[in-house]
Design a protein around this ligand. Structure first.
Ligand SMILES: [Zn+2]
Length: 434
């Protein structure tokens, strides 16, 4: 049977002609490509499976495009020069489908292969944004256990944007959200959902403030922001709202989520959360592993509170913050940044007591330098360092030195000022001091 088929195929029976033909796009879609930089195929193969052309937008549904398939294009062509001439753009004969499906078909009959699903999804989102179409998102205000669910990444539309990379998305974080779940009068979660899945979310505090927005893309982020503003909410993340205190009833939790704005819990049993650093002692609530850091330690240099008592660097009996100290690689201890010197060649810090400034202006450990003939210093392994005939050191290229070509120091180096040229010869000789 295979042989029979091969023979059949060699017969020139009804060979379908495949040729490349320009794709016709409506003005709307041409504008879309121009505005967004997205490039759709410029040519397709007629006769290819799924051949379509005359791509336009649906007038009824902004999330759909319209097109003609091979049969309908044939009908249009056959109608030309008849009384019933059809326009390929006439809505009566056009086929409508979702933007993603049309793009997929188009790509297939242009290149003979599928456009990856994520590329299609990206194009659809850009299209939606281009047309301002956000109807597919439902705005909801969640509270209680719904908040816990909305943080879990399985309940996201997709793991993209800063929502998809949120540090609180893991199953291991599910136990951190009690503070949100158990204070429904003060803490809610505004979300945008697409078919029941979260596309964007932000905390809402005290019914007045919306917090940092986590979203799969800019469109959903902008949409949620607009929805929050329409509800009269004010952004508390960018600092527009100033210093705010929120008092919650339940705050005795072992685990805490990472809080973007209200990350200070005042340590006075009042349940006060602040978006600014309070003057007294507090718990700091910006940990990705469910911890609340307690600290009442201030840096002895800059005066800032050290977030976690364990993070303090002790110099003598004084605590300092990480910004104010440097690790001294010589002594193996921490020293104040003001007293630390950076050795550029090795990338190390050490106390200014251990270093010498060399002729280049950089610092080296004093143990690693030699004194030059002029009282300056150089790194002992400097490739330009030259030992002179009298045991002193110079830097070739910087100091005027020459090789001695006559006398007992022949082959050694000397400063030019210590040499005398023998006239007529391009040789130099050592001064005879005797
Ligand atoms: Zn400090």
């Amino acid at each position: 049977m295979p042989e029979f088929e091969v023979v059949q195929n060699q017969e020139p029976v009804e060979e379908q002609e495949i040729k490349e033909i320009k794709v016709h796009y409506s003005h709307d879609i041409q504008n879309f490509m121009y505005a967004t930089g997205f490039r759709l195929p410029s040519a397709v193969k007629t006769g290819a499976p799924g051949y379509i052309n005359y791509i336009g937008c649906s007038e009824e549904n902004p999330r759909q495009w319209s097109f003609l398939d091979g049969n309908r294009i044939k009908r249009v062509q056959e109608s030309i020069a008849t009384d019933n001439e059809l326009s390929p753009w006439s809505t009566t004969i056009r086929i409508r489908s979702n933007v993603g499906r049309v793009v997929r078909k188009l790509h297939l009959c242009a290149y003979g292969k599928e456009l990856p699903a994520d590329e299609i999804a990206k194009l659809v989102r850009v299209w939606d944004k281009h047309t301002g179409n956000t109807d597919m998102y439902q705005f909801e205000m969640l509270k209680g256990e719904e908040i816990r669910d909305a943080y879990y990444h399985d309940n996201y539309v997709s793991e993209r944007g800063n929502l998809g990379s949120s540090c609180m998305r893991y199953v291991s974080c599910q136990g951190y959200f009690d503070v949100y779940v158990r204070n429904p009068d003060k803490i809610k979660l505004a979300v945008l959902k697409e078919e029941g899945k979260v596309a964007a979310r932000c905390l809402v505090w005290d019914g007045k403030y919306y917090d940092r927005i986590y979203a799969i893309d800019n469109l959903t982020e902008d949409t949620l922001r607009e929805k929050c503003k329409k509800q009269g909410l004010v952004n508390c993340y960018a600092g527009e709202a100033g210093d705010i205190e929120i008092t919650i009833k339940h705050f005795d939790f072992e685990h805490w989520p990472y809080l973007d704005s209200f990350c200070y819990l005042v340590n006075d049993e009042s349940g006060t959360l602040c978006n600014f650093e309070p003057s007294g002692s507090y718990y700091y609530l910006q940990s990705t592993d469910g911890e609340a850091y307690f600290s009442n330690v201030k840096c002895s240099n800059c005066g800032r509170r050290i977030r976690n008592s364990d993070d303090a660097y002790m110099i003598g009996d004084e605590p300092y913050c990480g910004d104010c100290v440097r690790y001294d690689t010589v002594s193996g201890e921490y020293i104040l940044e003001d007293e630390a010197v950076f050795i550029e060649r090795t990338g190390q810090y050490t106390s200014e007591d251990n270093v010498t400034q060399i002729y280049t202006g950089e610092y080296e450990l004093t143990d690693n330098v030699v004194e030059l003939h002029d009282g300056e210093y150089a790194f002992k392994n400097d490739s330009d360092l030259v030992e002179l005939h009298d045991g002193e050191y110079a830097i070739s290229g910087r100091d005027d030195i020459s090789e001695i070509t006559l006398g007992e120091h022949r082959g050694e180096w000397a400063l030019d000022e210590d040499l005398e040229e023998i006239s007529g010869m391009c040789l130099k000789g050592e001064i005879d001091h005797d």
